[in-house]
Design a protein around this ligand. Structure first.
Ligand code: UDP
Ligand code: MG
Length: 314
């Protein structure tokens, strides 16, 4: 008999049409490989029949637990709700749409159990069907993140096995605005990866809007690097130097009485400096907004219902 238990954490948002079937597929893979498991499903404030389906799943299978968030908090926070629900055992975090193929779970578990790895990451060998725009923005974002924070997360995914130790470190993170993928790299530990092909989404569409992705990218960059703030200082210094040189030049011409009209120069300088000042203020503002968000110490998510109450005595 195996003496471990793996919690499978899955955030779910408006997947009513396919969730029952998808969980069945995941469950069967686990059963076929005799992997002792429980499944934790987080309904991220869906507006379709997802919650009814989660209740149905949980009443059919005793090792499935469902939690419902009070509104759509976003995948990041739904993930944390799931992670917080895991007991003192390792977990696997994955998507509900089978784009994270359950077939690699046995390999992930082997690497953790037999080879002692504490984080096993699913790495996308290809990004599946995506528009050129999505591919390009993802590449650009990871390039920027690598340059600014030093983490190579290209093709990283949220499909991961995390050992109990790693989970406990993550649970101790106090910050509100999180980028799970980078935080799970930040904690370190003995890590390895398993590559997988991103399957086609069978039903429904991706739940990420371009704006949500953009916001996540800003959170990721501002949580892991303060370089943009330093760039503001560096740019400011360069402009000060240029200003000194230009002032000497202007004064010299003025004194010699050969000052030119220079209207174009004045307008151009006004525009450049005005633009730079605004961008700089924007960058500083973004960090201040983050401090403001963190300092409020609001919970990351609110749970309104859960399928089984562990404390309920029957
Ligand atoms: N998801 C969520 N809350 C959201 C958006 C998505 O819990 O606000 C879940 C979704 O149900 C799925 C996973 O996060 O299980 C990944 O979402 P999706 O497949 O839409 O993203 P993509 O595969 O395009 O990255
Ligand atoms: Mg998906």
């Amino acid at each position: 008999m195996e003496s471990y238990l793996i919690s499978i954490v899955i955030p779910v948002y408006n997947e009513g049409k396919q969730i029952f079937n998808n969980i069945d597929v995941i469950k069967n893979t686990l059963l076929n490989h005799k992997i002792p498991h429980e499944i934790i499903l987080i309904d991220d404030g869906s507006i379709d029949n997802t919650w009814t389906e989660l209740k149905r799943l949980s009443s059919q299978f005793p090792n499935i637990r469902g939690f419902r968030l009070s509104r759509n908090f976003g995948k990041e926070f739904a993930l944390w709700a799931g992670i917080d629900a895991v007991g003192n055992n390792p977990c696997i975090v994955m998507d509900s749409d089978l784009q994270h193929p359950p077939e690699i779970i046995p390999e992930m578990i082997r690497l953790w159990k037999d080879e002692g790895y504490e984080v096993v990451e699913g790495v996308k060998s290809s990004r599946g069907q995506e528009s050129i725009f999505s591919k390009f923005s993802a590449k650009f974002f990871y390039f920027l993140l690598k340059k600014l924070s030093g983490y190579e997360l290209n093709n990283a995914s949220d499909y991961k096995l995390l050992d109990t130790k790693v989970l406990n470190s993550l649970k101790n993170m106090q910050e509100r605005n999180t980028f799970f993928r980078a935080l799970s790299a930040w904690v370190g530990y003995k890590r390895t990866s398993v590559s997988f092909e991103v399957a086609e989404r069978t039903k429904g569409t991706s739940k990420w809007s371009k704006i949500k992705l953009f916001k996540l990218a800003i959170t990721a960059i501002t949580s892991f690097s303060s370089l943009p703030l330093h760039i503001v200082t560096i740019l400011g210094s360069i402009f000060c130097l240029a200003a000194i040189v230009l002032s000497i030049h202007t004064l010299y011409f003025k004194i010699r009485g050969i000052a030119a009209g220079g209207f174009a120069t004045v307008i151009l300088l006004q525009l450049i400096i005005g633009g730079l000042l605004m961008v700089s203020l924007g960058i500083i503002g973004t960090y201040i907004a983050r401090i403001f968000d963190e300092i409020k110490l609001r919970p990351r998510y609110i749970i309104t219902e859960q399928t089984i109450d562990n404390n309920k005595s029957e």
